[in-house]
Design a protein around this ligand. Structure first.
Ligand SMILES: [Fe+2]
Length: 242
């Protein structure tokens, strides 16, 4: 069984199409999206529909719930809040009902899938610092946990070691007894100074996890953001992957 696991599309249709194209040669059996389909980019409805058609499991992210009024946005910065408000105006009632129906965590035999973290997943904590990594490993009762949210693809090999993915691809074969927390990075708004979209492949038989990068049409994604009247910074940051 080979899973295609991706996250944080953020309404960037050009990036989502590039990632789905890249997956075509990977013999994927099942796709899982870890949330934040919308917010920031100019094509929230199109991305939502494509993710919904492609994935067997779709998990809600903070921007998805923010767009339907299901999570607090007071901690969002002004650009993120402007994007949430714009996105909320684009979504239909059916889109909103679909988002409201999503879970924030999926648990399988060998893995947990969640947008942000295992500790209070509806509080949208970031797994970045050693204490949060430690707390999440304490809560992990499966070999693997797949997350998104920070837009920084990496593999936490244990409480002390982390492997980053920026400007390269990584592949790990894990042994029985290993436990990994894998951040699959972001399709639509990478933030590790690498503008290429990030996506993950998990082969449950070979016990292998790969994170790969693919370029996409950034110019077109930028043009649409500007034409939509969204904050200019949301277009500019895509070039730098920040
Ligand atoms: Fe996100």
């Amino acid at each position: 069984m080979r899973y295609g696991i991706f996250s944080d599309v953020h309404g960037n249709l050009e990036a989502l199409k590039a990632v789905l194209k890249a997956y075509e040669t990977e013999n994927i059996d099942e796709y899982i999206c870890l949330g934040d389909m919308v917010g920031y980019g100019a094509n929230p409805r199109e991305c939502l529909a494509l993710v919904r058609d492609t994935c067997s499991h779709v998990i809600a992210g903070n921007h998805d719930f923010a767009a339907v009024g299901k999570t607090d946005v007071t901690y969002f910065n002004s650009n993120a809040r402007a994007a949430v408000e714009w996105t909320a105006r684009q979504l239909t009632e059916e889109d909103k009902a679909y988002i409201l129906s999503l879970d924030i965590m999926v648990v399988k035999t060998d893995a947990i899938f969640v947008h942000a973290s295992l500790d209070k997943p509806d509080k949208w904590n970031y797994i970045l610092d050693p204490i949060t990594v430690y707390k999440n490993f304490m809560l992990l009762d499966r070999p693997l946990c797949f997350i998104g949210h920070s837009h920084i693809p990496c593999v936490f090999l244990d409480e002390e070691r982390v492997e980053f993915v920026s400007r390269r691809e990584i592949s790990h074969t894990f042994k029985p007894g290993d436990r990994y927390i894998i951040n699959v990075g972001s399709v639509g708004q990478p933030r590790d100074n690498d503008p290429m979209s990030s996506f993950c492949i998990y082969d449950a038989v070979a016990r292998e996890i790969s994170i790969k990068r693919v370029p996409y049409d950034i110019d077109n994604a930028q043009r649409k953001i500007l034409e939509a009247g969204l904050p200019e910074i949301l277009a500019l940051r895509l070039v730098h992957g920040e």
